[in-house]
Write a protein that binds this ligand. Structure first.
Ligand code: GLA
Length: 395
C-alpha cells in the first residue's frame, strides 16, 4: 500500500533539470492534482451536487514564455515532444495527450485570455485511465501555466471551465465540471461540496486521524467508458424533457426531489426511469453525506456510500464486475466504514473509508480476494485530501 506522508510527490528537480537541458532556460513550475469523488456520481452534468477531494498525486508543468506564438511541449512520462501554433489550431480529437494541452490553450484564447507562446515540460504521477482525473490535472496545470506565463489573471472557476471545454471540444467527452473544479480549487484536509449549477463550493473538513481514505484501482478500463458516458448524459436530458410535461418549471434533474420523482416516475420508460432515479437519489445522498461528515457521523456516511454504489450498479449501470468485487470484499470487512465506485465507472477505482487499525488487514484481504476473483492485481493507495492548482515557488 502506498502512503505519501507529506513528501513532495513529483521529482521537481528532475523536471526543472530536464526543462533546462531541453530549452536552455530556467522554468517556473505549476501543479494540479488528481481527484477522488467521495459521493455524488454522474450528478455534475445534471446541475447537481458532488463531493470530491483532491488527492496527493499531481501533474507538474515546467514552463517559460516565448516571444512568438509557438508552444513546444515535452512529456517526460511519454518521452515525447510535440509542437503547435496558437494561431493555427490543430485537428481536434486525435486521441493523444496533446489534445488536453492544445484544447485548454484554445479554450483560454476563446475566452479572450491573451496567451503567449510557451515552452513546457510535463511530469505526472496521476495514473492514466484509472478514473482519478489525470486529464483534468493536465488541463488545469497546463491552463494555469499558460495564463501565468502570459502575465494574465484568471479566476479559478473560469480556469476549471476552460479545462472542461477542452474536454468537450478537443477530447470529445461531454464531462461535467467536477474534475476540473476540484483540480483547480481543492483544499488540503477538505472535500468540496460543489453545487454544479451555481459553481459554488462549500469546504467540508475531513478528519482522517482515525479513518483513512483508501483508493483501490481495479486496473481495468473497459472500452465503453466514453460512449456510454455520453449516452447516459443524453438519457438524463431525455428524462428532463419527459418530466417537464408534469413539472414545467424544471431545467435539470437537480430540480426534481425524491418525493416529486416518486409521484411521476411511472410515466417514464423503464431505462430512463432508472437513470433519473439514480441522479435524483444521488443528489439527496450527496447533501446528506456532506452533513454526515460535518457531524462526524461516519456510520451514516458509509451507509450512503454503499447505497450510492448500488444505485450506480443497478439503476445507472456504469459499474462493472471488477468494481463490484472490490466493493463486496470491502463490505465484508469489519474495519471498513463505506465503499463505492468512484468516477465515471466501467473500471477505474473504488473509494473506501477504512479505520486506520484495519488498514493492514484491508490491504491483505482486498489484494488476495480481488486477485482470486479476477486474476488481476489491484493497486491500493491511502490519500489525504490535498490542495488545488498553484504555482510552486518553494523548490
Ligand atoms: C467523469 C467526469 C465527471 C463526472 C464523473 C461521474 O469523471 O469527468 O464530470 O461526470 O465522471 O460522476
Amino acid at each position: 500500500m502506498e502512503h505519501r506522508e507529506g513528501r513532495p510527490l513529483i521529482d521537481r528537480v528532475r523536471l526543472a533539470r530536464t526543462f533546462y537541458q531541453r530549452y536552455g532556460r530556467e522554468p517556473r513550475l505549476f501543479r494540479a492534482p488528481g481527484r477522488v469523488n467521495l459521493i455524488g456520481e454522474h450528478t455534475d452534468y445534471n446541475d447537481g451536487f458532488v463531493l470530491p477531494m483532491a488527492i496527493d498525486r499531481e501533474t507538474v508543468i515546467a514552463g517559460a514564455a516565448r516571444d512568438d506564438r509557438r508552444v513546444r511541449v515535452y512529456s517526460l512520462n511519454a518521452d515525447e515532444a510535440v509542437e503547435f501554433d496558437l494561431d493555427h489550431p490543430g485537428e481536434k480529437q486525435r486521441g493523444i495527450w496533446l489534445d488536453y494541452v492544445e484544447g485548454v490553450a484554445q479554450s483560454l484564447l476563446g475566452r479572450g485570455v491573451r496567451l503567449k507562446g510557451a515552452d513546457l515540460a510535463v511530469l505526472s504521477d496521476v495514473p492514466v485511465g484509472a478514473g482519478l482525473s489525470s486529464s483534468a490535472a493536465l488541463e488545469v496545470s497546463a491552463g494555469l501555466a499558460f495564463v501565468s506565463l502570459s502575465d494574465q489573471q484568471l479566476d479559478r472557476v473560469t480556469l476549471a471551465l476552460a479545462g472542461q471545454q477542452a474536454e468537450h471540444v478537443y477530447v470529445g467527452t461531454m464531462c461535467g465540471i467536477m474534475d476540473q473544479f476540484v483540480a483547480a480549487l481543492g483544499r488540503e484536509g477538505h472535500a468540496l461540496l460543489i453545487d454544479c449549477r451555481s459553481l459554488e463550493a462549500t469546504l467540508v473538513p475531513l478528519d482522517t486521524s482515525e479513518t483513512a481514505i483508501v483508493v483501490c484501482d481495479t486496473n481495468v478500463k473497459h472500452e465503453l467508458s466514453s460512449s456510454e458516458y455520453n449516452a447516459r448524459r443524453a438519457e438524463c436530458e431525455r428524462g428532463v424533457e419527459m418530466l417537464r410535461e408534469m413539472m414545467p418549471g424544471i431545467r435539470a434533474l437537480r430540480d426534481v426531489s425524491v418525493a416529486e420523482f416518486a409521484q411521476h416516475e411511472e410515466r417514464l420508460p423503464e431505462t430512463i426511469r432508472r437513470r433519473c432515479r439514480h441522479v435524483v437519489t444521488e443528489n439527496e445522498r450527496t447533501l446528506s453525506a456532506a452533513r454526515a461528515l460535518q457531524d462526524g457521523d461516519l456510520k451514516e456516511m458509509g451507509r450512503l456510500m454503499y447505497a450510492s454504489h448500488r444505485s450506480l450498479r443497478d439503476d445507472y449501470e456504469v459499474s462493472c464486475r471488477e468494481l463490484d468485487v472490490l466493493v463486496e470484499i470491502a463490505e465484508s470487512l469489519g474495519g471498513v466504514v463505506g465503499a463505492r465506485m468512484t468516477g465515471g465507472g466501467f473500471g477505474g477505482c473504488t473509494v473506501n473509508l477504512v479505520r486506520r487499525e484495519a488498514l493492514g488487514e484491508f490491504e491483505q484481504v482486498v489484494s488476495r480476494e480481488y486477485t482470486r476473483a479476477t486474476h488481476l492485481n489491484p493497486t491500493i493507495y491511502v490519500s489525504e485530501a490535498g490542495g488545488g492548482a498553484k504555482e510552486i515557488k518553494d523548490s
